[in-house]
Design a binder for this molecule. Structure first.
Ligand code: AMP
Ligand code: GLY
Length: 424
């Protein structure tokens, strides 16, 4: 197969690393990719939101399948663009169409979908500028803390959790009347606060059958002990110790099956990954959010645990024969520890040279935000590198990642030293 992978983060490096191991691969292109992905294929520097540029690349390189990493391209309708184009319509795209991607692209759509299919989630109501007063009344009827969610994509920043009614009302007004998150907050979902521990569960579906991938837990806050600002993710572990078989059965029966069946029943042909952001409330799973793609940094622990050929799975998704494919996992524990630029998630500097990558022996280093300058690797984002290791248990895996982290250097590098602290 000739494969084009779209994206440039740690998730895409992990996918490229795995695709490159496939016996079915002829050639891999990554657009735009990063300094890590070039070890597994050819990086092509295009603006992936320019679908005409993607088309030109697909035709030029005779691509047979396109794998979409990030949500924005899916929400913008890249899959639909392929289906509507005479020259592209037979080239499969891994990732849902625009309607399916609304599971992530619109919180209100996702909530209504869950209501229609009886999928456990927090109680909610949705408001617009015209129903601001009803929004205030709804807040008055709830108990703190208050959860406000911008309906649309807001780069992970669109969820606010407020402790007082006064703050909640002020923020609701900010979002609806003053467009705090632009168009994304023209509608706001207010929901009941759920107390519990979160985990991420992933499935891949061809629109009919599905396979469940290993679950993971990510660490979103910048500071140790889960303190400080939210980030894109500072590390992850898989498996998740508290996700025992009973709990996973509940997730499958109460959440995954109704989701896949619900999509099909509504005529949504969903071909790709579904990310279930879940919370365990006293042993019962609830959906906090759906994403229409794999998680980052969860992919960097989930995909290394996948033993099966990923292109075989993708081919199953494309041809609607996923049920005939085998899926096997590594039983060992995996962890990943993210190295970020000092200052992230606020202001930070880029362009720092990274040293020590060649000294790594016991871990896999996935690049999250890097570029190359000749043979040198330079930081190019907030999240720079993530260090994945295996172990017979989580503590062994973590020790390996932390030993590797000591070998890698760039100016002002920072990483959390307590990944896994809450489950060890
Ligand atoms: P989201 O962008 O939907 O993942 O929300 C960001 C974070 O807000 C989640 O990872 C949770 O930690 C938190 N959160 C979202 N919804 C709720 C809720 N209903 N109850 C408690 N925490 C929530
Ligand atoms: N790690 C959470 C996400 O990818 O959205």
């Amino acid at each position: 197969m000739r494969v084009l992978l779209l994206g440039s983060g740690g998730r895409e490096h992990a996918l490229a690393w795995k695709i490159a191991q496939s016996s079915m691969l002829d050639e891999l292109f990554i657009a735009p990719g990063n300094a890590g992905t070039r070890a597994h294929g050819t990086n092509v520097d295009i603006d992936t939101k320019d679908f005409q540029a993607v088309k030109a690349l697909v035709l030029d390189k005779n691509i047979g399948i396109v794998v979409v990493g990030p949500e924005d391209l899916l929400v913008l309708g890249i899959h639909d663009f392929f289906l509507a184009d005479e020259q592209l319509k037979n080239i499969p795209v891994i990732g849902p169409d625009k309607v399916g991607a609304q599971l992530e692209g619109s919180k209100d759509f996702a909530k209504q979908f869950m209501m229609r299919h009886n999928i456990p989630t927090a109680k909610y109501a949705t408001f617009t500028k015209d129903t601001l007063n009803e929004g205030y009344e709804f807040l008055e009827s709830m108990k703190p803390p208050y959860v406000l969610k911008a309906d649309g994509l807001a780069a992970g920043k669109g969820v606010l959790i407020l402790n007082t009614l006064k703050e909640a009302k002020a923020e609701l007004k900010n979002m609806l009347a003053d467009a705090k998150f632009g168009e994304a907050s023209s509608r706001v979902v207010i929901e009941q606060f759920l107390k519990g521990i979160e985990l991420s569960v992933f499935a891949i579906t061809d629109g009919d059958s599905f396979k469940i991938l290993p679950e993971a837990k990510d660490y979103k806050r910048i500071g140790e002990g889960d303190t400080g600002l939210n980030t894109g993710g500072m590390g992850a572990i898989s498996p998740v110790p508290f996700a025992d078989d009973t709990f996973k059965e509940k997730i499958k029966n109460q959440i995954i099956i109704p989701t896949v069946k619900g999509l099909k029943a509504e005529g949504i042909v969903y071909k790709g990954f579904i990310f279930f952001g879940l919370i365990n409330v006293k042993g019962e799973p609830y959906v906090i959010e759906y994403n229409c793609r794999m998680g980052d940094p969860e992919t960097e622990v989930v995909i290394p645990r996948l033993k099966s050929d990923i292109l075989d799975l993708f081919e199953g998704v494309a041809s609607g024969t996923l049920s005939e494919r085998d899926i096997l996992f590594d039983d060992r524990s995996a962890c990943t520890v993210m190295m970020v630029s000092g200052g992230y998630p606020e202001e930070f500097q880029k362009g720092k040279q990274i040293y020590g990558l060649n000294a790594v022996t016991d871990s896999i280093v996935f690049h999250a935000g890097t570029t190359s300058d000749g043979p040198a690797v330079m930081s190019a984002g907030g999240r720079v590198l993530t260090i994945t290791s295996f172990g017979k248990d989580l503590s062994v895996a973590l020790r390996r990642s932390y030993e590797t982290a000591e070998k890698i250097e760039f100016e002002d590098a920072y990483y959390r030293k307590d990944i896994g602290f809450d489950v060890l």
